[in-house]
Design a protein around this ligand. Structure first.
Ligand SMILES: [Zn+2]
Length: 443
């Protein structure tokens, strides 16, 4: 079906960003077929279905480069015992119990609800990192079902870790990577790994071998906390990035999440191997682990993108958080104005491109029809020259009205069309207390 998303302000992004007033995006099937002046598009495509975007701004759908859908049911849960006093305790007291307490229906719902959130926030592509040791086998298929129902794009993987008393998850990744193969543009696969301090050389070698055979990247947390770095230096007498590079886990499809505590030599290895880094500012602040040296990495040519680490699905909020954090951390009001939007708009598009084999993050003829359409009446002139100012200080608070992915309208007039949000949330409210009770029993 051909559709005209018309009478809006279109921001094309891409290498030659254009801001077009009173403009229309025409989609046909999964692709954009034309972008231009609204009157002209109406003349050229008179029979197309019309979606009026007056008073709205049309952007490419947002991309989240690191998410944990499975964290959903922890919202509002009381954590047993004394409060965690450091990052390792946060894992031991919270996340390594949440994942073990999930059953198969929890896995499905805890993917469906953040997917609703993604649609609500115009996030059309997600790279997820999943763990559910008690409902592990087939869990990636369950999440795939949720993603297809939601209508967004997602790259999925299972978190392999030697700390798991219930077993690795290597086979779940291997099976899913083989099943997905080159992917269909909607679902992609990666090799999921927890972190250096919970993975032996033997496990890492096995996983890297599977990733290389399947031509996918490794998706691993790197130096999120100082404890991870110290563990590698103590046990292996080398830094994490050098350890992972020696074992073959670097490369242009691999994602090293966080990289808070890495040195310049490690940054150089990351840059040289074209490995991806994903920064999660809200999560780093929440876990009080430190400030990722993103400005230095970007200067060295590292592809640094932006994720939420399960904190939410609103990428504009994450972008502004990065902007504020790095201004404060560097005590320099000249920095991060370019870098924070660059991570979200350009780098995340490049990262997703490497996983899905698609050119995302841009509205142009022949490219995927993924759109985030927000209510926005600019109170000051808006053009290519000052778009970033509007992004950081205005659009971050604008409400998404319509979300389109692969040419399909997933939300219109703020109503989610592909999922029944109220029914899902009601069922999740029934299941969550049962999951919390199982969690209390875990040692
Ligand atoms: Zn994470």
């Amino acid at each position: 079906m051909t559709t005209r998303f018309e009478n809006g302000i279109v921001v094309t992004l891409g290498n030659n960003n254009r801001v077009l007033w009173n403009a229309t995006v025409v989609t046909d099937g999964e692709l954009v077929t034309a972008v231009g002046d609204s009157a002209e598009m109406k003349r050229r495509f008179p029979d197309a279905k019309s979606v009026d975007c007056s008073g709205k701004i049309i952007l490419p759908g947002f991309i989240c480069s690191h998410h944990h859908f499975y964290s959903t049911m922890a919202r509002g849960m009381a954590i047993p015992g004394e409060p965690a006093k450091n990052f390792v305790e946060i894992l031991e007291k919270l996340w390594w119990k949440v994942d073990r307490a999930l059953d198969e229906e929890d896995v499905l719902l805890s993917a469906q609800l953040p997917l609703v959130d993604c649609i609500r926030n115009g996030t059309t592509t997600v790279i997820d990192h999943h763990a559910s040791p008690a409902a592990r086998d087939g869990s990636l298929d369950v999440i795939e079902t949720a993603v297809r129902q939601a209508g967004v794009r997602a790259s999925l993987c299972y978190e392999v870790s030697d700390r798991n008393i219930m077993g690795g998850g290597i086979a779940e990744n291997e099976r899913f990577i083989k099943k997905v193969g080159k992917g269909d543009g909607q679902i992609a696969a990666m090799m999921g790994l927890h972190a250096s301090f919970t993975l032996s050389d033997d496990t890492l070698e096995k996983c890297v071998g599977i990733a290389k055979q399947g031509e996918v990247g490794c998706h691993i947390h790197v130096a999120e906390d100082l404890a991870d770095r110290e563990d590698s230096l103590k046990k292996y007498n080398t830094t994490i990035v050098n350890r992972l590079n020696k074992l073959g886990a670097t490369g242009k499809k691999s994602i090293f999440v966080h990289c808070v505590h890495i040195d310049e030599n490690e940054m150089d290895v990351i840059a040289r191997t074209a490995t991806i880094v994903v920064h999660n500012p809200e999560s780093n602040m929440n876990n009080a682990v430190g400030v990722t040296p993103i400005l230095k990495m970007l200067q060295k040519g590292v592809l640094v993108g932006l994720g939420t680490d399960g904190m939410g699905s609103d990428m504009l909020v994450q972008m502004r958080c990065a902007y504020l954090l790095h201004r404060l951390a560097n005590r320099d009001p000249r920095v991060a104005f370019m870098e924070a939007p660059q991570m979200l708009l350009q780098n995340n598009a490049e990262i997703a491109g490497r996983q899905f084999g698609l050119q995302l993050g841009q509205i142009a003829e022949g490219l995927p029809a993924d759109l985030a359409i927000l209510d926005y009446c600019p109170p000051t002139p808006l053009s290519e020259a000052n778009f970033l100012g509007h992004l950081i200080f205005g659009l971050v608070d604008a409400v998404v009205d319509t979300t389109v992915c692969r040419g399909k309208i997933l939300m219109q007039g703020k109503r989610i069309l592909s999922m029944d949000e109220e029914r899902l949330a009601a069922r999740s409210r029934e299941l969550a207390p049962k999951m919390w009770a199982r969690l209390q029993e875990l040692q």
